[in-house]
Design a protein around this ligand. Structure first.
Ligand code: ZN
Length: 336
C-alpha cells in the first residue's frame, strides 16, 4: 500500500517550512552554530501535547537553525527534496518571515533565501512549489503590518497566499481585516488557521474575510450550521490528522471527523502540517485515513482533485496536476 500511496500524484496545501525541515538537515545546521544533537532531538513531538501552545514549543528550538540566508536556503532545498520523495507533485509551503529575523535578516532577505532554495529544489526534483506567507497571531499588529508592507514590495510569482498562524484564541479573526484586506488587494489568496483548537465561529469569520481555504477547521464538525455554511461557500479545509491529535484538537485518531465532514459535503485536502515536529509523512497521513476511517484509493484521489481545485496554483499548473492524477487513476482502474 505504501508504494501505491507514494505513486499517487499528490498535492499538499498545508505545510509549515520550519516544522518540516528534515532532522538530518536540522542536525547539520545546528552543529554549525554549536547546538548539540541531544538538544535538537527534542524537536519531534511524541504522543499527545496538552494543547496547541505546548506543541508549538518545538518551534523555539528549530527556529534557531533558520536565522541566516545560507541556512534558510539549504533548509528550504532539503525540505522540498524530502517532500518530493513522498510523491507530492505540488506543494504550498508556508512560513512566517517574522520568525527568522533574530540575527538581523530583513523580511525580504528571508523570503528571497527561501525562494532561492525553492528554485534549486524545483529544478532538481519533480515537484512544483508555491509559497504562503504567514502572519503571526501572537505578534503585534505593528509587526504584522510591517510584514504586509514588505511583501507588497516583492514581485515573486511563487508568493501566492497569505495566512495567520500561531495560537488561536476564540475570536482570533475578529480584528485582522485591515491586514487581510491589504493582501487581497494585492491578489494574494487567503487561507487562515481557524477551528484548529479554537471555535467554529473563527471559521465563519475567516470565510467572511475572504478565505477560500481554512487551515484545519475541524471544530466545525460539531456544528451542522457552520458545516453547511462552509460547504455552501465551497471552502476547502486543509486537514492534518496527526497534528490535530498531537495538539489535542481531537482525542484520538479515530475521532478525526473525516466522515462527518464528507457526509456534510465539506471538501478537504490532507496535509502533514509539520512533518518533522509531528514525525509524519503524507503517506502516513493517508494511511491513517485508510486504517481508521476506511478511506478507499478513489476517495484519496478525490481529496487530491478537490485540493488541486482549491489550490493557489495557476490554471496551467492545475491542468498539469489534473492530467498526472488522471493518468494514475486510469492506470489503476485498468489493473483492477
Ligand atoms: Zn498549520
Amino acid at each position: 500500500m505504501t508504494e501505491l500511496l507514494r505513486a499517487m500524484p499528490k498535492v499538499e496545501l498545508h505545510c509549515h517550512f520550519d516544522g518540516s525541515v528534515p532532522m538530518d538537515t536540522v542536525y547539520e545546521l545546528g552543529e554549525e552554530i554549536g547546538l548539540t544533537k541531544d538538544y535538537l532531538s527534542q524537536i519531534p513531538v511524541t504522543g499527545q501535547c496538552e494543547n496547541l501552545e505546548d506543541y508549538l514549543k518545538s518551534f523555539d528550538i528549530i527556529l534557531q537553525v533558520l536565522q541566516t540566508k545560507d541556512h534558510l536556503q539549504r533548509a528550504a532545498y532539503a525540505t522540498i527534496k524530502r517532500i518530493a520523495s513522498e510523491g507530492v507533485k505540488y506543494l504550498e509551503l508556508r512560513f512566517a518571515p517574522l520568525l527568522h529575523l533574530e540575527k538581523g535578516l530583513t523580511i525580504s532577505e528571508v523570503i528571497d533565501s527561501v525562494i532561492e532554495g525553492l528554485l534549486q529544489a524545483t529544478s532538481d526534483f519533480d515537484i512544483q512549489v508555491n509559497l504562503i506567507i504567514s502572519a503571526m497571531r501572537n505578534q503585534t499588529d505593528e509587526m504584522n503590518l510591517s510584514l504586509v508592507d514588505a511583501i507588497q514590495e516583492l514581485n515573486s510569482p511563487e508568493l501566492v497566499g497569505f495566512d495567520f498562524a500561531g495560537p488561536e484564541p476564540d475570536g482570533a479573526n475578529d480584528d485582522i481585516q485591515h491586514i487581510t484586506n491589504k493582501m487581497k488587494d494585492k491578489d494574494f489568496h487567503l487561507t487562515l488557521h481557524s477551528g484548529e483548537c479554537g471555535c467554529a465561529h473563527n471559521v465563519v469569520q475567516a470565510i467572511k474575510l475572504g478565505a477560500t481555504r481554512i487551515g484545519h477547521g475541524i471544530a466545525i464538525a460539531d456544528d451542522p450550521e457552520v458545516m453547511k455554511f462552509v460547504s455552501e461557500n465551497n471552502v476547502l479545509l486543509e486537514v492534518c490528522p496527526t497534528s490535530n491529535y498531537q495538539t489535542s484538537g481531537i482525542k484520538t485518531l479515530a475521532a478525526f471527523p473525516a466522515r462527518t465532514l464528507m457526509d456534510a459535503n465539506v471538501k478537504f485536502s490532507v496535509s502533514c502540517d509539520n512533518r518533522t515536529v509531528s514525525d509524519t509523512s503524507l503517506i502516513n497521513e493517508y494511511q491513517i485515513l485508510i486504517d481508521y476511517h476506511k478511506f478507499t484509493i478513489d476517495e484519496l484521489v478525490q481529496t487530491n482533485r478537490d485540493g488541486i481545485h482549491a489550490s493557489f496554483a495557476n490554471e496551467a499548473m492545475k491542468a498539469n496536476l489534473t492530467e498526472q492524477l488522471n493518468e494514475f487513476h486510469n492506470k489503476l482502474n485498468e489493473t483492477h
